[in-house]
Design a protein. Structure first.
Length: 317
């Protein structure tokens, strides 16, 4: 198992989640009496079978992972049973994400904006509001926002560079004018002496926030905002912040173009900036811009918010 993980990592794969699965698989195989480097059929099928309260998606992931490992064992000359079948995830298709209303989002932001300093996290009342505004207004995943570094935040052009994204893809996210102005003020308070490698939303120790801690603050915000939680697996979830972000952008894209006309990327992008709904943080951000495309903000009168300019910008080491 260790050799398989090392080989995958040498090819550029992270294989962090898979390493955790290997530890579980090793424990299960010992319980089934498998101590030699072989995978008999009864052990593989028992390992792959659906577990109580498990979604088909997780079972399918475990099956595909097992197939890759079995193929590796067979290539090394070991005896291993290859499960030559697939699993459908249609059973999970009835999941309905929670769609936050503008009023609910405003309540959450209002609660976070009224946090008070604490001895354990002196800067938390400054960091948490902007972190959640970024999740709501820019459609980032919680892990993407937590792993943002100072060098990834372009305060001159108002662009976020997302490098540690899903499937290791890199993309650029433009920030709306109102939120951009808050980023500038935030950087003056938190990162005036920071270096590029420092996390933009640091925890009390200066490290990246753990996803579970972000979820804890999220649940506190739900409670104080009077938004009920429907239970595990039903939400609301932190990830559901992405749905209100996508919904107005998609709707605008459908309405901005005439029928039978090829969609225009520039029009869609600008329309998303102009027509998306407003919250405490101002206009929602536009669509994410992938690859090497240049993300631009449509500024009023060609001026940056609050007089911020390239010549008078914050110098972050």
């Amino acid at each position: 198992m260790q050799t398989f993980v090392e080989e995958k990592r040498a090819l550029g794969c992270k294989y962090e989640k898979e390493a955790q699965i290997f530890r579980e698989m090793d424990r299960v195989m010992v319980e089934y009496g498998v101590v030699s480097p072989e995978l008999p059929r009864y052990a593989v099928e028992k390992w792959i079978e659906k577990r109580p309260n498990e979604k088909r998606k997780n079972q399918k992931y475990r099956l595909n992972f097992t197939k890759r490992f079995v193929s590796y064992l067979q290539s090394k000359g070991y005896r291993a049973y290859y499960p030559n079948y697939s699993i459908s995830t249609r059973d999970d298709s009835n999941f309905t994400p929670y769609i936050f209303s503008n009023e609910e989002l405003s309540k959450i932001l209002n609660y976070l904006g009224n946090l008070t300093p604490s001895r354990q996290y002196p800067q938390g009342h400054i960091i948490w509001p902007l972190l959640f505004k970024t999740l709501i207004c820019c459609g980032l995943r919680a892990g993407e926002a937590a792993n943002l570094r100072v060098k990834d935040v372009d305060l001159v052009n108002g662009i976020l560079l997302i490098t540690e994204s899903k499937h290791d893809k890199t993309r650029q996210v433009p920030v709306s004018e109102n939120l951009w102005a808050e980023y500038v003020i935030y950087a003056q308070k938190i990162h005036l002496l920071s270096r590029g490698e420092n996390f933009f939303f640091p925890n009390a120790r200066g490290n990246a926030h753990n996803i579970s801690w972000i979820y804890k603050v999220f649940r506190d915000a739900l409670w104080h905002s009077g938004i009920p939680h429907r239970g595990r697996g039903y939400g609301p979830r932190v990830h559901d912040f992405r749905h209100p972000y996508v919904k107005p952008t998609t709707k605008n894209r459908e309405l901005s173009e005439a029928p039978k006309k090829k969609p225009s990327k520039s029009r869609n992008f600008r329309g998303a900036l102009d027509n998306c709904f407003e919250l405490n943080c101002g206009n929602r951000c536009g669509r994410n811009v992938y690859g090497d495309n240049k993300a631009r903000l449509f500024r009023k009168s060609g001026k940056d918010p609050q007089g911020y300019s390239k010549s008078k910008g914050i110098m972050l080491k």
